[in-house]
Design a protein around this ligand. Sequence first.
Ligand SMILES: [Cu+2]
Length: 514
Amino acid sequence: MRRREFLSLAAASLATPALNISRAWAAEPGAPLLIPEVMDIAPGAGNALDARRGTRDFIAGAASETWGYSQEYLGPLLRFRRGRIANISVTNRLDEPITAHWHGMHVPGYLDGGPQLAFGPGETWAPELPIDHPAATLFYHSHIHGRTGPQVYRGLAGMIIIDDPGIKDPLPHDYGVNDFPLIVQDRRFDRSGRMIYGLGMMDRMHGFRGDQILVNGVVRPKLTVPAGLVRLRILNASNARVYDFRFTDGRQFHQVASDGGLLDRPLAMASLQLDGAERAEIVVDFSDRSPVSLVSRDIRMGGMMNGGMMGDWGGSMMMGDRGMMGDRGRMGDRGMMGMGGNSGTPLEIMSFDVGEASPAGPTRLPTSLPSDAPALGDPVRRRDFTLNMHTRGMMRGGMMGGDGQMMGINGEPYVMDRIDETIRAGETELWRINTDMMMRHTFHVHGTSFRVVRQNGRPVDSARIGWKDVVRVQGPTEILLRFDKLASEETPFMYHCHILEHEDVGMMGQFTVT
Ligand SMILES: [Cu+2]
């Protein structure tokens, strides 16, 4: 944007309501997507990350203060290989404690990077990770109790890919050619175009949302893809925002993996919903060479009674969705396959141009995928968790999130030296998770992947959803899980809401596995 336009827009913005101010400098879309550099985590030493400060001009001419792992903002793509021991060291060059949590990875508690594994300024944490996880797209981020929201927002996050040399990957897998990481985040910018984080009452209640979408740290970027099948690894790395992705031309695509790895078979859909920290790998056919954009419904109030948010896995599984109140109070706005239902203007996520066909790579989707599907068997125990969000001191000993909001699980906010559950390794359990006050939350479990078996009173075809480590909770939700990795009282595993502002004020618990 030319400077004169910027100034006149900035002046105009002074008179517009709050929501429009940050749009006034009109972040220009269409810069090329940055493809994160790969750090191939080889055995032995030499895989070093530095958590450090930086600056990034998300908006041209406005330098935002950022943090990153060895980068200005976010971190490199960490590539691990199943069956190896991976050495990695993380040095803290910031001025407050951080962690490096390998979100979704099956590692013991002392390697997990949870709140007890904080390391301070000048310190280095150097875990040796036995990689015992199926091929998957995972997430890494800082996990400091009370400060995860602001630290991840500043940029302490990145993507992990786990490769499994024991399987033949039948999908596009040429990184940066026909296989792309998409780290999707929403951010807020002030009048000068600098990234900001500050919690008002609504942010505390529903989590912090921004009105500008970044992919790999670029505002609404453009990517040129080859004509043919392209794999997109989508990570919702936003603090709280929920996305309902679709393409502007309504094209169908196939989901091939979820949080914990490959599905049994490609699943056709035209829209895909991801809550915070959820991942999905999709394969899109660009062989018609038509340029297209990826958009999302603008879901502003992810917290309470969003229309159509209930259990529409795969876009069509759970009809009879109650759709109580749309984002703008519409009834029954489901936004499902071919049913229209965008409420308000869709948010543009990024755009695609199509180049020449890729010389290599599959031209057809396989009918089945080499998924990793250990049987869990019947549960030997049941546990119940209620995600509590109370107002005005209803919860005893509660931790105040400001404005009288208090959050916890089973009536208790997180306390770092209290173990909430003790679990036996190798035993399958059924966990029933619910939420009070009809609030929408998520539930993330460290140390294992789980199957979702029922949601909102209806059985779920867990094979279609795949292996999960985060699940949306907007009513009774039942998951089946088993822990094979151990966690001690010193370094327990966490379960928590992945709306980071909820986690930070206490919607988290911890457990041992022995
Ligand atoms: Cu929550």
